[in-house]
Design a protein around this ligand. Structure first.
Ligand code: CA
Length: 239
């Protein structure tokens, strides 16, 4: 069961390309690459990669259109590489169907963690029947979905129904950024007010109850202007 995962890299900056390809090959991934959107799309279709790393700033096409185009026919995980720091663009990429993003400059361990998470999530959601996990565990935090029980260091923490819904949605998507709008739609329904004030109030309560220091959270991180990311237990040591 030691099949090599194949990663398609679509990136026009030569030095970033070399850095990523060397890193991935050292980690035993198979890598193909394209330096523009058009050849990237054609390789995505012909090569059936397990994951796509996509630069948003390509010479021939808007990266967001590349994501939309791939999503018309494939659920392959897409991690966006963004040099720009505008939050709006990251939100748009996630809404267009990207699974995650990484902002330049980034380090090897961050890149590898993002890739592992995305690959694992795609295996979970893939066609192979995988049992639904009935618990989430990270550090001292345990969520037992069946019993509706959350404990930190063995102590039971009581949450309101809304807080529990927020917490478990993030936990079931651990490692992945969930945008404010996605979370609001999940908890309050698709027609809820997209103003995230109530969400922020609930998040403050969740953190006060379960984080040792709510101002420096260990379990739920804020991606400013974008959403929240719950810690992925396999990548605990990278935060
Ligand atoms: Ca570029």
């Amino acid at each position: 069961m030691n099949l090599k995962h194949e990663i398609l890299l679509i990136e026009d900056e030569r030095n970033i390309c070399n850095f990523i390809m060397t890193t991935l090959r050292t980690q035993d991934y198979k890598v193909t690459f394209a330096s523009n959107a058009r050849s990237g799309l054609s390789l995505a279709a012909s090569g059936c990669p397990d994951l796509i790393l996509l630069d948003l700033g390509l010479p021939d096409m808007d990266g967001l259109d590349v994501i939309r185009s791939i999503r018309e026919w494939s659920n392959v995980p897409i991690i966006v590489i963004s040099a720009r720091t505008q939050e709006q663009e990251k939100v748009e990429a996630l809404d267009a169907g990207a699974d995650d993003y990484i902002t330049k400059p980034f380090g090897t361990s961050e890149l590898m963690a993002r890739i592992r998470t995305a690959l694992r999530r795609s295996n979970i959601n893939g066609s192979a029947p995988v049992p639904v996990e009935n618990r989430y565990e990270a550090g001292n935090l345990v969520i037992d979905y069946e019993k509706h029980l959350v404990t930190v260091n063995g102590t039971i923490i009581h949450f309101t129904q809304i807080e529990y819904k927020i917490l478990t949605f993030l936990a079931r998507n651990a490692g992945k950024v969930i945008t404010y709008d996605t979370l609001i739609a999940h908890v309050w329904g698709p027609f809820a007010d997209s103003n995230n004030r109530i969400l922020r109030v609930n998040m403050a309560n969740i953190r006060r109850k379960m984080e040792q220091n709510p101002a420096d959270p260990q379990y739920i991180f804020t991606e400013i202007g974008i959403g929240y990311r719950m810690i992925d237990n396999e990548n605990l040591n990278l935060q």
